[in-house]
Design a binder for this molecule. Structure first.
Ligand SMILES: Nc1ncnc2c1ncn2[C@@H]1O[C@H](COP(=O)(O)OP(=O)(O)OP(=O)(O)O)[C@@H](O)[C@H]1O
Ligand SMILES: [Mg+2]
Length: 218
């Protein structure tokens, strides 16, 4: 189980997160919605322990130390973080060496294939946007995370790739991985998520989604 309790964060005078709490149980896929600037990425960075909150606690199965959390949390940022001149294979091998898990080349390749990413020897700069997104996600899976935090992983990609990613996420969740997922695509959220959380004081998404899925306000 993953828990964030009473998370507060402000930048200068502005409170972005005011006493935010959430819980994820094993195998749950939870969507996170909210208007631009609502604080979604800020919250994800705090949950990934990449940003220090003003107050509040993050815990995974009762563990709160940063090193333990980092070991078990996979984070896919809004911006792509790939080596453009290296091939898919070389990127996977590079990040495998940085991770605490060990995979041989065949295992790394099968992670990519589970995402319907079939390019392997091609340099990253020759890939389409959707393929790069899939690679970004595949890299996060190398460390077999207990919790996967995704910041708009399907922005600007075609429907087929979105569905590929949706299927891959559902398979991971079926094996117990917890997934917290920021997206502005409501069809996709309804398809992928077990429930949705709306962040911020704007009720737009809440009103829109109410009655069509389980949605709660933070
Ligand atoms: N490093 C920073 N310094 C100052 N203000 C910041 C910083 N990072 C974010 N903010 C502000 O905090 C608020 C929340 O930003 P955040 O990026 O978390 O929003 P978001 O919900 O992810 O938005 P989007 O949908 O546009 O990605 C915004 O008003 C933003 O300007
Ligand atoms: Mg954001």
């Amino acid at each position: 189980m993953f828990e964030a309790t009473n998370i507060t964060k402000h930048y200068k005078q502005k409170y972005v997160l005011d006493n935010v709490s959430l819980t994820l149980t094993d195998g749950e896929i939870v969507g996170l919605v909210g208007k631009n600037g609502a604080g979604k990425s800020t919250l994800l960075h705090i949950l990934a322990t990449l940003l220090q909150p003003d107050s509040g606690v993050v815990s995974l199965d009762g563990q709160t130390t940063k090193a333990t959390l980092r070991k078990h949390i996979g984070f896919v940022p809004q911006q792509l973080a790939l080596w453009d001149d290296l091939s898919v294979k070389e990127n996977m091998q590079f990040f495998e060496r940085l991770s605490w898990q060990q995979h041989d080349t065949a295992q790394l390749r099968s992670i990519c294939e589970s995402m319907a990413l079939t390019a392997w020897e091609e340099p990253v700069h020759t890939l389409s946007g959707g393929m790069k997104r899939k690679l970004n996600l595949a890299i996060a899976l190398i460390q077999k995370p207990r919790l996967l935090l995704l910041d708009e992983p399907t922005v600007g990609i075609d429907l087929k790739s979105k569905l590929d990613i949706a299927e891959a996420l559902k398979m991971l969740a079926a094996k117990g991985t917890m997934i917290l997922y920021i997206s502005h695509d409501l069809d996709e959220l309804r398809n992928v998520c077990h429930r949705i959380i709306s962040l911020g004081d704007d009720d737009f998404y809440y009103t829109l989604l109410q009655g069509t899925t389980t949605i709660t306000k933070l």
